[in-house]
Design a protein around this ligand. Structure first.
Ligand code: AQP
Length: 354
């Protein structure tokens, strides 16, 4: 692939960020800054699929931006903005709605989970969510997307949309001379969009609920005890870890011993991610010990790592003028890049412009 390496990822302003968002996404965003150009987006249009009428969407958007900045994202070197400032995302999403098939959308597990039993009554936006996500990424022709494991299927769909667009418009892409070599399996085609790679690795790609090790830690879980919010103070963090569901056995002495013990596996994964080590190393240190010994160590580590982020988040969130300025400046930089892509896309599709 000859596309310039570029990282894109987004977070929805749909509630308090939790440890899963932090370990599965934000920490990776920060780590990639040294090696890549990065674009990080608060995807406010996506959040309308969860709740159409928000009383505090602007503040939620500021809070997620503050979390980005407090985690260590540098908005001078990289681009930080909110999605709705760059209308090219929605424009490309419409074209992708015409490229993607309804069957592809119907197969998405996130759609099935969120729509529940009454799918006919779900919004069209919820069904088309992955098409807007593909547009978010491809309007910058981004090559890499750091996400948690739950977004893997949506990233596969992004690749399917890019591949179908490259294929459907191959003649026009060739005539206009706007393509680049894209490896598709065995063959290399002249495509306009890259086949974006998901970056899903490390010990905490899917942090599970503290109340049920078989369910993802989620902003929308009704039980606040199920998650550690980035806004929780030290006492709340310690209390939630103390109350976290576990089984009666001590921690196993090897990794295989975690099989069939989802809560133990989850806590070991969280410890490993926070300590920047492997699950094997955590088992090496704590194997054979009771949860009554492991949980306080985990709580201490979580407080040590999260308290500075949480304090910085509070400080930045209060400074509306600063946060809004970051988003405005980032939006202008993002829009210039997105418009360059869209000029070519409109030509490829044959829309009259200019
Ligand atoms: N439990 C998790 N473990 C690891 N990564 C996670 N992510 C979310 N939950 C976990 C990653 O966080 C990024 C931002 O997610 P999002 O807010 O855009 O969407 P989401 O996946 O819908 O997040 P939630 O918290 O689960 O919200 P609700 O409850 O509204 O569905 C993504 O990279 C995601 O993978």
């Amino acid at each position: 692939m000859t596309f310039k390496p570029l990282v894109f990822s987004g977070v929805q302003p749909t509630g308090h960020l939790h440890l899963g968002n932090y370990l599965g996404a934000l920490r990776k965003f920060v780590a990639l800054q040294d090696s890549h150009d990065c674009i990080y987006c608060v995807v406010d249009l996506h959040s309308l699929t969860a709740t159409l009428v928000h009383d505090d969407l602007a503040d939620q958007t500021r809070a997620i931006t503050a979390a980005f900045l407090a985690s260590g994202i540098d908005p001078q070197k990289h681009i930080v903005f909110n999605q709705s400032r760059v209308p090219q995302h929605a424009e490309l999403a419409w074209i992708f709605n015409c490229v993607a098939r309804i069957g592809w959308m119907n197969r998405m597990t996130q759609f099935k989970d969120k729509a529940g039993k009454d799918r006919e009554n779900a919004s069209l936006g919820l069904l088309a969510y992955p098409s807007l996500m593909a547009a978010d990424i491809l309007v910058y022709r981004a090559t890499h997307v750091p996400v948690g494991d739950d977004q893997k299927q949506h990233l596969e769909l992004t690749r399917d949309i890019a591949a179908k667009f490259n294929n459907d418009f191959s003649r026009r892409i060739g005539e206009l001379g706007v393509g680049q070599p894209v490896e598709m399996g065995e063959e290399t085609v002249n495509g306009f969009f890259p086949l974006t790679e998901p970056l899903i690795e490390g010990p905490a790609t899917r942090v599970m609920s503290l109340r049920d090790g078989t369910r993802k830690m989620s902003k929308s879980d009704p039980s606040d005890l199920s998650r550690i919010n980035l806004t929780d103070d030290a006492d709340q963090i310690a209390r939630k870890i103390k109350k976290a569901k576990t089984d009666p056995e001590p921690l196993p002495s090897d990794l295989e011993g975690l099989a069939g013990r989802p809560e133990a596996e989850n806590l070991v994964g969280i410890y490993a991610a926070l300590a920047d080590t492997t699950r094997a190393a955590v088992i090496g240190d704590f194997g054979g010990r009771q949860f009554s010994e492991f949980k306080p160590a985990l709580a201490e580590l979580a407080v040590e790592k999260l308290a500075p982020v949480s304090a910085e988040m509070r400080r930045i969130t209060a400074d509306h003028a600063y946060v809004d300025g970051v988003l405005r400046a980032g939006g202008e930089r993002a829009a210039a890049l997105a418009e360059a892509t869209m000029r070519d896309v409109r030509d490829i599709v044959g829309l009259l412009q200019g």
